[in-house]
Design a protein around this ligand. Structure first.
Ligand SMILES: Cc1cc2nc3c(=O)[nH]c(=O)nc-3n(C[C@H](O)[C@H](O)[C@H](O)COP(=O)(O)OP(=O)(O)OC[C@H]3O[C@@H](n4cnc5c(N)ncnc54)[C@H](O)[C@@H]3O)c2cc1C
Length: 507
């Protein structure tokens, strides 16, 4: 199944025999050169760049082409990571180093897979074509969908926006073109609900509760700051179905909430304290230092009831599952929740519904219950785990057989969990698998030289519309220049048309 004869990738040197004489003629005519292996990476996010970085380090001659859907690279590092976390974005320096290596080329504005929405701009490159051109293809296209709550009223009613995905909210403040028209309601009422107990939920709450003048100095878009200046939201309720010992946010993000001036953190102290002090709770916390530290921070900072003068509050609500969004006449919309109780030991606690319900009035709600990858046409996909099925980065088909020459990396390989450091390790594992398969000849049989690759890309029209690394650097300089005028690191261009006008005026 995965044991084929090593690839023979020899090509005769093309020199006119008339130019050669005697032994040099004999020697040169029999000389063959090996084409360096060619790798295509689908997705120019963290996983794509870290896979490329590792391949560059491990394989001396391999050339790598990165195909990115958007006209700009860097995926969620640009469009997910919060604007007030600039240090996290330092990895872009590493990505720049990779992209400027002569063995790497960026083909942005070049979606792969025939079912990609943004392919409206021009036809997407079919995956089968890519697989015929390159020795190895790596799927690193991330997780660009999110899960819905599936409750009545979720999609809004009579002009009320209902529940908006946190993914779109994050993408909106970070300047993703497709999120710029997302409908938000930050002005009709002072309270907003975020469903979910993870770091993305905390990012949303922090952005909504931070002074917009502080954010204005980051790379958040100017339009988002203007909207946040008008926002009436002063109280964010972060709701999760389980208890304090089951939260999935991390210490750094919680600590940041404690540093927002004038913000009171609120939670059910009785529940928090009793869960931490119970024998099972104490045993569970003894096994996880980060969780223990987080509970200590909560116990130090959270109050059960906010003071009457509290200007801003951040309330963490436990044991509640959304039931429906209700739209009473002339009042803020109301999110109704089922109250849960916990069953089982803390590590595996399940939320069991009770017959009690509770309501929260809010301007709108954000759902932050996870990102999800979408299937690409012409590729295996596991619809239950929402990943490309794989064994340590080697794609497998529905029978569990390895698909020769096809790999995956990053969130599409592992599911949408983990930070950039884990994505890097995940990408290194895939690159190691590719390097080992190339060394042993267990890759697809496409012994194309780079110029033969280019002939085939050209036949697909790719060179007519692709955005290169130097085009992207030109746009980035524009963003830096605009940012300087506004006393911020960069001002992102938020429309694809404008990006392309700046980078490729000839298009
Ligand atoms: C809101 C949010 C905040 C985060 N904050 C932090 C943080 O503070 N610190 C931290 O360490 N980690 C953070 N992370 C995690 C980090 O962003 C991920 O670990 C990492 O970005 C995953 O990388 P990836 O390459 O798998 O996916 P992505 O970054 O999503 O990259 C996938 C790329 O593929 C492209 N693509 C999609 N479809 C196609 C296609 N068909 N053809 C070609 N290209 C395609 C996309 O445009 C994208 O550029 C955050 C994540 C989120 C969602």
């Amino acid at each position: 199944m995965f044991c084929i004869a090593p690839l023979i990738r020899l090509r005769a040197v093309c020199i006119s025999p008339n130019l050669l004489r005697g032994s040099s003629r004999r020697r040169l005519l029999t000389t063959k050169v090996a084409n360096p292996p060619t790798v295509a990476i689908v997705g120019g996010g963290a996983a794509g760049f870290y896979t490329a970085a590792r391949l560059l380090a491990k394989l001396g001659t391999t050339t790598i082409d990165i195909f990115e859907n958007l006209p700009v690279p860097h995926g969620l590092v640009r469009y997910g990571v919060a604007p007030d976390h600039p240090e996290v974005k330092n990895c872009m320096t590493k990505f720049d180093e990779v992209a400027s290596n002569p063995r790497v080329r960026l083909f942005a504005n070049t979606p792969v897979g025939t079912n990609v929405d943004l392919a409206q701009r021009h036809p997407a490159m079919p995956l089968t074509v890519l697989r015929n051109i390159y020795d190895a293809v790596v799927l690193a296209y991330g997780a660009s969908e999110d899960r819905k709550l599936g409750i009545p009223g979720e999609d809004g009613q009579g002009g009320r926006v209902g529940v908006v995905s946190a993914r779109m909210f994050v993408a909106w403040y970070n300047g993703l073109p497709e999120a710029q028209d997302v409908e938000l309601d930050l002005e009709s009422y002072d309270r907003l609900v975020v469903v979910g107990h993870g770091n993305v939920a905390l990012d949303c709450a922090r952005i909504l509760l931070t002074d917009p003048e502080v954010l204005a100095k980051t790379d958040i878009t100017r339009k988002a700051v203007e909207t946040l200046r008008r926002s009436r939201i002063r109280h964010v309720e972060m709701v999760g179905r389980r208890g304090p010992l089951q939260v999935s946010f991390t210490t750094k993000e919680l600590r940041e909430m404690t540093k927002i001036p004038g913000l009171q953190i609120v939670c059910d102290r009785q529940l928090l304290d009793s869960q931490c002090a119970s024998p099972e709770g104490a045993e569970h916390l003894a096994k996880s230092r980060p969780l223990k530290r987080m509970m200590e921070i909560l116990q130090k900072h959270a109050v059960s009831e906010p003071t009457e003068t509290a200007e801003r509050t951040f309330t963490i609500r436990f044991l509640m599952s959304p039931l429906e969004m209700v739209y009473p006449d002339g009042l803020p919309q109301v999110m109704r929740f089922r109250v849960n109780r916990l069953e089982g030991p803390p590590a595996k606690a399940r939320a069991v519904p009770t017959d009690q319900t509770t309501d929260i009035s809010c301007a709108m709600a954000l759902r932050s219950i996870g990102y999800a990858s979408a299937p690409l046409n012409e590729c295996e996909f596991d619809p239950v785990r929402n990943i490309v099925p794989n064994v340590a980065g080697r794609v497998v088909d529905r029978n569990g057989e390895l698909v020769r020459g096809l790999y995956c990396s990053g969130w599409v390989k592992s599911g949408p969990v983990g930070v950039i450091a884990t994505t890097m390790q995940n990408a290194y594992q895939t690159a190691n698998a590719i390097a080992s398969d190339i060394d042993s000849g267990n890759i697809a049989e496409c012994p194309n030289s780079r110029s033969e690759v280019d002939d085939q890309l050209s036949a697909q029209g790719v060179f007519d519309y692709c955005v290169s690394n130097s085009d992207w650097k030109h746009l980035e300089k524009h963003e830096f220049d605009e940012g300087r005028k506004l006393n911020k690191p960069r001002e992102k261009v938020t429309s694809i048309d404008k990006m392309l006008r700046i980078m490729k005026p000839e298009l």
